[in-house]
Design a protein around this ligand. Sequence first.
Ligand SMILES: NC(=O)c1ccc[n+]([C@@H]2O[C@H](COP(=O)([O-])OP(=O)(O)OC[C@H]3O[C@@H](n4cnc5c(N)ncnc54)[C@H](OP(=O)(O)O)[C@@H]3O)[C@@H](O)[C@H]2O)c1
Length: 267
Amino acid sequence: MSNIRICVAGATGWAGSALAKGIVEAPDLELIAAISRSNAGKVLGDVLNLPGVEVPIFRTVSEALQTRPDVFVEYTKPEAAKSHILSALQGGAHVVVGTSGLSDDDYQEIEQVAREVERGVLAVGNFALTAVLLQKFAEIAARYIPHWEIIDYADADKKDVPSGTVLQLANRLSQVRESQLNVPLGEVQGPKESRGTRLLGTQVHSVRLPGYMISVDAIFGMADQKLILRHESGTSAEPYVNGALLAIRNVSKLVGLHRGLDSVMEF
Ligand SMILES: NC(=O)c1ccc[n+]([C@@H]2O[C@H](COP(=O)([O-])OP(=O)(O)OC[C@H]3O[C@@H](n4cnc5c(N)ncnc54)[C@H](OP(=O)(O)O)[C@@H]3O)[C@@H](O)[C@H]2O)c1
């Protein structure tokens, strides 16, 4: 079987560069193009200090798509992600989305285009295995426990709220049901913002502080008992690599938009 040919948008970034190294080391995958505005015209091996990696870096998606990748990985910035994804689909590639911050409306549009062109999109708010498992366990908990809230932690400079991890979690929980509120938000005394935001039927509280990395608490409460599911990431981008490689290897089996790595995992 021939290798899967991949283009990574954001291959010089924190997450994208770790993934690019992972792809280069995988015997069944071939990195054929990279995208970065500030490094356009160079080769990726020179930028990432990977001798022998002669992958060209392009400024735009349309230039990079001339290399005809099977899979396009989006790992740039929320404001650029949707147009990159739509261009990649129109150019015939399947798409893996790691970038956070896309809205549910964005994803609806992406789903429509993916179905029209019969390509798969796998959007994963967090490729780390412990985050994927938190999502799965939270879905099970929500079937049995009607009250829950989510706390979303990240560093002080992260602009998008909540994190992609939490957006995806809220989306998945909404497919189980809405969390119950004993005091409806309209009847709260004091500033309603203290109760966080209601996102797809879940109360979400975002903390942005120096010293924090992406972490999530999914808190389920019942009378006299509670369950706290917590995912914490460390400082390296390493935990995201294996999950992204799994997504790359499987996205061509999909048609339309699928959210969450567990779409291609067996439980
Ligand atoms: N799903 C997950 O598991 C996961 C894990 C980690 C991070 N993330 C998300 O992934 C995204 C990237 O994070 P990061 O920390 O790697 O960011 P980063 O270090 O700032 O890297 C961003 C990369 O994208 C490129 N880029 C930015 N804007 C671009 C544009 N308009 N067109 C083309 N290339 C552009 C940058 O290169 P130039 O500036 O040279 O263009 C750089 O290569 C964020 O949304 C983050 O939240 C998700």
